[in-house]
Ligand binder design. Structure first.
Ligand code: HEC
Length: 93
């Protein structure tokens, strides 16, 4: 039941609406310098990162750890909350 409700919520949001809502945190944290919604810049597109991590439940925590350590990703600054929100937005969650 929970999954059905989640799927319904996702369908209502729609991919385009999700990008628009998420643009603020990705802009304020500077992520957009290297990541664009649909095209590869310095880093992969939001679309590709979303597809890559869609089945990984721990993706947000794993990637936040990379951003904080600077290993496997350019180091990013910000609070845990900010980085979690930015990473979630960058992989479509
Ligand atoms: C200086 C450029 C740069 C900035 C700024 C940047 N990224 Fe990245 N990002 C990259 C590159 C390059 C990769 C590909 C690294 C790789 O997977 O080897 C990447 C990969 C990623 C991935 C995929 C990681 C994976 O394991 O698949 C995510 C998610 C991500 N970035 C999120 C963010 C977020 C959120 C921010 C803002 C806080 C951000 N990035 C800022 C360059 C950048």
């Amino acid at each position: 039941m929970k999954i059905a409700a989640l799927l319904a919520a996702c369908a209502m949001l729609g991919a385009t609406a999700a990008y628009a809502a998420d643009a603020d945190i990705l802009t304020s944290k500077g992520c957009v310098k290297c990541h664009a919604p649909d095209t590869k810049k310095v880093g992969p597109s939001i679309k590709d990162m979303t597809a890559k991590h869609k089945d990984n439940k721990n993706a947000v925590d794993d990637i936040v750890a990379k951003l904080k350590s600077g290993k496997g990703h350019p180091k990013a600054s910000g609070s845990d909350e900010e980085l979690k929100a930015a990473v979630a937005a960058s992989i479509g969650r």
